[in-house]
Design a binder for this molecule. Structure first.
Ligand code: SF4
Length: 1005
C-alpha cells in the first residue's frame, strides 16, 4: 500500500461516539410510510441510509449484524470518514475454496464499488483472484435473500431462529446427532465457534465439503509424509517447472500467486536475465498448457506412470539419489523409452526434460493437478524430494495444515446417514449439495430423511429450496472474520458496508444457536472475534493497548506473527511403493473425461454473476456455457464440429452437452468445466450443463472419469464465443521468439522504422500517456477484463448478443493458435484502444464525438455520439463497443449501486471504449495539483494494470524518458501492432519470449 493510499484509509474499527449515530436511529423512530423499505426492492433513500449507517456500523465496535432502521436525510452531520467524492479503502479478506485472498475494497460514500489486492499482504502483494474482484456484483445481486424464510414464507429472525433452536434442543434432549455441513473452514475463530457449538450440542457432526478440493492431493500428502500441509509454492524460485495436468495459471490452486511468481521469471529485461522453462504433460488443453515452452499431450491416466519413469531415469542416468529405503529396482516397471512409445511422445524430448530437471535441482518444481489420482501426486512428491525442491520451491516452513474437507465418498456416506434418519436436524451453510452432489437422487432422499433442515446462505438456491428454514446471510463485504494463510500470518475480514437487507452473518446464527442451547457466548460475532484475538493473538505483555493493536491489524488487513519453522518432511517409502504399484495398472477403454473448475463460475457458486458468465474462457473463448472439449482427430473421426451436441455416458449416467473442437487436446481425452447447469437463480439458471453427475464417486480422483462414452445426438447448439478466427494468417500481430533468438537479436535494438505520414505532428504539451504490455509476462488469465468491467461500469449483454459479436468488454484478450492442430503454439494478447496519435476513428466521426486530448488520449464525448459507428468501422483494432440496446438505464437498485460514480453510464446508441481509466488520471492529476507537485511515475494505475497478477501492463508518461513505460517502449522487444498503418499507437507490445529446449525450436514464429 503506498503512502497516498494509506492516507485515505481509516481503520474501520475506530469507535464512534454514540451521538454520531443518533440522528439515524432517531429518524427511524419517526418513520413514515414514505420511508418504508420494500422487501422486493431497495429505494435510493434506503440505500443512502444504509451507506450512511454502514460507516457507523463498520466503524463501531458493536454488532455489524444490527439492522439499521433509519431513513435518509442529507448529511446534516457528516460521517467522520466520508468526504463526498473521495474514495475510502478498507482492507479485508475474501475466501474462495481453500484460499483466503487479501483484498482492498474501495468505497464511495460508504458504498463498495471496486476490489483490488491488498498491497500489505506478504503473499499476494496487491494481487487477487478475478472472482474476488467480480464478487462485488454479488453484494448487489437482486436475487439475494432479503430476510429469513420459514416453510417457504418470509419470516422474522426471531421465528426462524426459534424454529432452529427448538429442533436443536429436541435433538440434544433425545441424544440424536445434528449435522452441520459447511464449506471449508479456514478461519481459526470460526473453527473455535464450531467447537463451542459442539460443546453446547455434543451430538453435532461437522462436515466441510468443497466440490473442487484436491482430494487426491491431500490423501497423497498424508500417505507420503504422514501429514497433509498446504505448502507455499515458490514459482518465483523455479527455473524448471513441470506441470502434470496442473492448471496453476488457470483454475487449479492460487492462480494470482502462481501467475505472479511465474511471470517474475518470464520478464526478461537485461542481457543477464534468466528465464524459467515450463514443461507440461496434460491431456486437456489448459491455460498452463497454452503457456508451456514444451508440452506433451498425453492421457491423464498415464501421467503417474510417466512421473515415475522420470524419477527412475533421473536416478539411473543422472545419479539423482532415490529416497533411502528405495532400492534401484523399486521403479523397474517404468521405462521412459517404452512410455514414450506408448504415449507417442519423442523419447528425446522426455530425456531432455529429465536432463533439465536434474540440472535445475532444488530450483525445479513438479506439480500434479487436482484432477489426477493420488499416485500421480505421490510421484510428484518423489520428484520434488529427489531434486531437493521440497523445502525450496515447495516451501513448507510456515505451511498451515491442509484444510480439513471431506471427500466425495465421505459426503455420500453422510448423505446416506441423513437418508437413514440418523440426524434430527441439519444446518447447511454456504454449501449447495442439491447442485454439486454427484447423485441428485441421493440428495433428495437425504433431505427427506432429516426432519428439519436449516440453510444459511445468500440465495434461495437449489439446496435452500429443500430446506424448511432459510437464514439469509450477509455478503462477506458486510461481515467480520479472520483467516490463517500461514502459521506466521493472520488476515482479517471487516464489513465495508452495513447489511443491505435483514440478514445476519452465519457465525451470528451459530452464536444464537449456542445461546439457545444454554451456552455462554458474546453478544455477536464481532465481539466473539475480538475477544478471541485479545485472548490468543494479542501478544502477552504488549505495551500497546489492545484497541490500537486491533485497529492496526484491521488497517493493514494482515498480521505477521512469530512462528517456528517446521522441519522438512520425510518421504515414506511405503507410500511410493503403493503408488507405483497403482500407477503401473493399465488404463481402461473409452474416453478419459477431465472435469475441471469453471474458468469463471468456479464450482457454480458464482453462477449468478453476469460478469463472470460473460468472461471468455482464456483458452476456448467460450462464454455462458461449458462445452466439452475434444481433439480435432477425435472430432474428425466422429464427424463432429464445434456446437454439435453429444451424449456423455459415465456409469449409469448420461448428460447431453455441446462439443468444442480444441487444438492441443490429447486424442481420447475430453474435458469440461463444472459449476454450470444450475436450476435456480435468474442469471445462473439453465446456463450450460450440470456435469457433476459424471463425477466418479468410487475414485480418489472423482474429477477424472475413465471409460466415458461419447455418442453424437445429431443436435446442434451454437456456442457464444468471443473469438471466431484463431489464426494470425502469417501476420505478426503477436510477435513471439525464443530466448536464444532474442539473445542474438538484442544487440540490434528495436526493429521498427517510422513510416512517413500525411498527418501533422501531434503536440503534447505536458504529458503523453502510454502503455507497454509485456506479452512474455502475460499468461492470458483475463483478470484485466474483470477489473476493467468493474471500474468502468461495463454492461453484460447476454449470450444472444455475444453470439452476434456484441460483447462490450473494453479490453479483450485475443488468443491465437499457430502450427499443428495437435501441438499448437498458443499466444495471448490483451487488446484495448491503442490511443493512436493519428487515430483513424477520429477523422471519420461526423459529430466530433471522438477527439484527441492534449495528453494523448483518444477520448469519447458520449453525449455527442449519435451512433453512426463510422469510428468502429474505421478502427483497425476493433476495440470500440456499441450499445445496441439499453443495457444500463433499465437497471434498478440494488444492481446499479455497483456503478463507479466517476464513470458515465452509457445509454443505447452510444459508442464506448477504453480511455486508460481517465477518471484515475484525473484523480491523480488533481491530487498532484493540490499538493503542488508533479505526477510521479507509477502513480497512475489503470484498473487492468492494477489487477494484472503478472504485472504485464505498465502505464505512464511517454514524455518522461525516465518513466518505466518509456523505457519498456524502447525495449528491443517492443513493437506496435499493425504499425504499417501509421496510426502511431500509444500502446507498445513487448514480443513474447519462449524458452524451449533446442529440440523445441519449432515454437518460434
Ligand atoms: S494482461 Fe490481463 S490477461 Fe495478461 S496476465 Fe495480466 S491480467 Fe492476465
Amino acid at each position: 500500500m503506498d503512502n497516498e493510499r494509506i492516507a485515505t484509509v481509516t481503520p474501520a474499527s475506530t469507535p464512534r461516539p454514540a451521538s454520531e449515530q443518533e440522528p439515524l436511529d432517531g429518524f427511524s423512530r419517526q418513520g413514515t410510510d414514505a420511508f418504508d423499505i420494500p422487501l422486493e426492492g431497495i429505494s435510493r433513500r434506503r440505500f443512502l441510509t444504509l451507506t450512511g449507517a454502514s460507516i457507523a456500523l463498520a466503524s463501531a465496535t458493536s454488532s455489524c449484524s444490527k439492522v439499521d432502521r433509519g431513513t435518509i436525510v442529507p448529511y446534516t452531520r457528516k460521517p467522520r470518514d466520508v468526504t463526498p467524492g473521495i474514495a475510502n479503502h478498507y482492507a479485508s479478506t475474501f475466501q474462495e475454496g481453500l484460499t483466503a485472498y487479501g483484498v482492498l475494497v474501495r468505497t464511495r460514500e460508504g458504498r463498495p464499488i471496486h476490489i483490488e489486492g491488498n498491497d500489505e499482504h506478504p503473499h499476494f502483494r496487491g494481487k487477487t483472484s478475478l472472482r474476488a474482484i467480480a464478487d462485488i456484483l454479488r453484494l448487489y445481486d437482486p436475487d439475494r435473500l432479503r430476510q429469513p424464510i420459514v416453510e417457504g414464507k418470509p419470516a422474522a429472525w426471531a421465528d426462524a431462529e426459534a424454529k432452529v433452536a427448538t429442533a436443536l434442543k429436541a435433538a440434544k434432549d433425545a441424544g440424536k446427532p445434528v449435522i452441520l455441513l459447511t464449506t471449508a473452514v479456514l478461519s481459526p475463530t470460526r473453527k473455535a465457534l464450531i467447537e463451542d457449538m459442539k460443546r453446547a450440542l455434543p451430538g453435532l457432526v461437522h462436515v466441510a465439503y468443497e466440490p473442487l478440493a484436491p482430494e487426491a492431493e491431500r490423501l497423497a500428502a498424508a500417505a507420503a509424509f504422514g501429514e497433509a500441509l498446504s505448502p507455499r509454492l515458490r514459482f518465483d524460485r523455479a527455473d524448471v517447472l513441470l506441470s502434470l495436468q496442473h492448471d496453476f495459471l488457470g483454475g487449479d490452486g492460487d492462480a494470482p500467486l502462481a501467475i505472479q511468481g511465474f511471470a517474475a521469471r518470464r520478464r526478461v529485461r537485461g542481457p543477464k536475465d534468466r528465464m524459467s522453462r515450463l514443461w507440461v504433460a496434460e491431456g486437456a488443453m489448459t491455460l498452463t498448457g497454452a503457456n508451456a515452452d514444451e508440452r506433451f499431450a498425453v492421457r491423464p491416466s498415464r501421467i503417474a506412470a510417466l512421473a515415475f519413469a522420470l524419477a527412475r531415469t533421473l536416478s539411473r542416468k543422472h545419479g539423482v539419489a532415490l529416497p533411502s529405503g528405495l532400492g534401484p529396482d523399486a521403479l523397474a516397471g517404468f521405462d521412459l523409452d517404452a512410455l514414450a512409445a506408448e504415449l507417442r511422445v519423442p523419447a528425446a524430448r522426455l530425456h531432455a526434460l529429465v536432463r533439465d530437471l536434474a540440472q535445475a535441482g532444488r530450483t525445479a518444481l513438479v506439480l500434479a493437478g487436482p484432477t489426477l489420482p493420488a499416485e500421480a501426486h505421490v510421484a510428484a512428491h518423489l520428484l520434488n524430494v529427489m531434486l531437493a525442491a521440497e523445502g525450496h520451491t515447495v516451501e513448507t516452513a510456515f505451511a498451515p495444515a491442509a484444510v480439513d474437507v471431506c471427500t466425495l465418498g465421505e459426503l455420500r456416506a453422510h448423505l446416506a446417514d441423513m437418508k437413514s434418519g440418523r440426524f434430527r436436524a441439519a444446518i447447511l451453510w454456504g454449501v449447495n449439495p442439491a447442485h454439486c452432489c454427484a447423485d441428485a437422487g441421493l440428495w433428495a432422499a437425504a433431505a427427506a430423511g432429516v426432519p428439519l433442515k436449516a440453510c444459511i446462505g445468500l440465495h434461495q438456491d437449489e439446496t435452500a429450496r429443500d430446506c424448511e428454514v432459510v437464514l439469509a446471510e450477509h455478503h462477506w463485504l458486510e461481515a467480520w472474520g479472520d483467516y490463517e494463510p500461514a502459521t506466521d500470518l493472520l488476515s482479517l475480514q471487516q464489513p465495508t458496508i452495513g447489511p443491505l437487507y435483514d440478514t445476519k452473518q452465519g457465525e451470528d446464527v451459530l452464536l444464537a444457536a449456542v445461546r439457545a442451547l444454554g451456552g455462554t457466548v458474546p453478544a455477536d460475532y464481532h465481539d466473539y472475534l475480538q475477544a478471541r484475538w485479545q485472548r490468543e493473538v494479542y501478544p502477552t505483555g504488549s505495551l500497546v493497548p489492545f484497541e490500537y493493536f486491533w485497529n492496526a491489524a484491521l488497517h493493514d488487513g494482515v498480521l505477521s506473527r512469530p512462528a517456528g519453522p517446521r522441519p522438512l518432511r520425510t518421504l515414506r517409502v511405503a507410500a511410493i511403493r503403493e503408488a507405483s504399484r497403482k500407477a503401473a495398472a493399465p488404463t481402461t477403454d473409452g474416453f478419459e473425461l477431465v472435469l475441471h473448475s469453471g474458468s469463471a463460475v468456479y464450482d457454480g457458486r458464482y453462477g449468478n454473476n453476469g460478469w463472470l458468465q460473460e468472461l471468455p474462457d482464456p483458452v476456448t473463448k467460450a462464454t455462458w456455457s461449458n462445452p466439452v472439449l475434444l481433439s480435432a482427430a477425435d472430432a474428425a473421426r466422429l464427424n463432429l464440429s464445434t456446437g454439435d451436441v453429444v451424449k456423455l455416458g459415465a456409469g449409469e449416467r448420461g448428460v447431453e452437452v455441446p462439443v468444442l473442437v480444441q487444438p492441443g487436446q490429447a486424442g481420447g481425452v475430453l474435458s469440461a468445466a463444472l459449476g454450470y447447469g444450475r436450476s435456480a437463480l435468474s442469471v445462473a439458471r439453465d446456463v450450460g450443463v450440470n456435469l457433476y453427475p459424471l463425477l466418479d464417486p468410487a475414485s480418489s480422483a472423482p474429477r477424472l472419469r475413465l471409460g466415458t462414452t461419447l455418442t453424437p445426438t445429431g443436435k446442434h447448439s451454437p456456442l457464444a464465443l468471443t473469438q471466431g478466427h484463431h489464426s494470425m494468417e502469417g501476420r505478426d500481430i503477436v510477435r513471439s521468439l525464443s530466448l536464444a533468438a532474442y539473445a542474438e537479436q538484442r544487440a540490434g535494438g528495436r526493429q521498427e522504422h517510422e513510416l512517413p505520414t500525411l498527418y501533422s505532428e501531434q503536440r503534447f504539451p505536458e504529458h503523453k500517456w502510454g502503455m507497454a504490455i509485456d506479452l512474455s509476462a502475460c499468461v492470458g488469465c483475463s483478470g484485466c477484463i474483470i477489473a476493467c468491467q468493474s471500474e468502468n461500469n461495463i454492461p453484460v449483454v447476454g449470450p444472444e448478443q455475444v453470439l452476434k459479436g456484441r460483447e462490450m468488454h473494453w479490453i479483450r484478450v485475443d488468443r491465437y493458435y499457430e502450427g499443428d492442430q495437435q501441438a499448437p503454439n498458443v499466444v495471448h494478447q490483451p487488446m484495448l484502444c491503442q490511443q493512436c496519435d493519428n487515430a483513424p476513428c477520429e477523422n471519420v466521426c461526423p459529430v466530433n464525438a471522438t477527439t484527441h486530448s492534449p495528453d494523448g488520449l483518444n477520448q469519447m464525448a458520449y453525449n455527442r455520439c449519435v451512433g453512426t459507428r463510422y469510428c468502429a468501422n474505421n478502427c483497425p483494432y476493433k476495440v470500440r463497443r456499441f450499445n445496441f440496446f439499453d443495457f444500463t438505464s433499465t437497471k434498478t437498485e440494488p444492481e446499479l449501486l455497483v456503478y463507479n460514480p466517476e464513470v458515465t453510464v452509457r445509454p443505447r446508441g452510444v459508442m464506448e471504449k477504453c480511455t486508460f481509466c481517465i477518471q484515475t488520471i484525473q484523480d491523480v492529476r488533481q491530487r498532484a495539483k493540490v499538493e503542488a507537485r508533479a505526477i510521479r511515475d507509477g502513480e497512475i494505475t489503470p484498473a487492468c494494470a492494477a489487477a494484472c497478477p503478472a504485472e504485464a501492463i505498465v502505464f505512464g508518461d511517454l514524455k518522461d524518458p525516465e518513466s518505466a513505460v518509456s523505457k519498456l517502449s524502447a525495449n528491443a522487444r517492443g513493437y506496435h501492432v499493425l504499425a504499417e498503418l501509421g496510426v502511431r499507437p500509444a500502446v507498445t507490445y513487448l514480443a513474447k519470449l519462449t524458452n524451449p529446449t533446442s529440440s523445441g525450436e519449432k515454437r518460434d514464429s
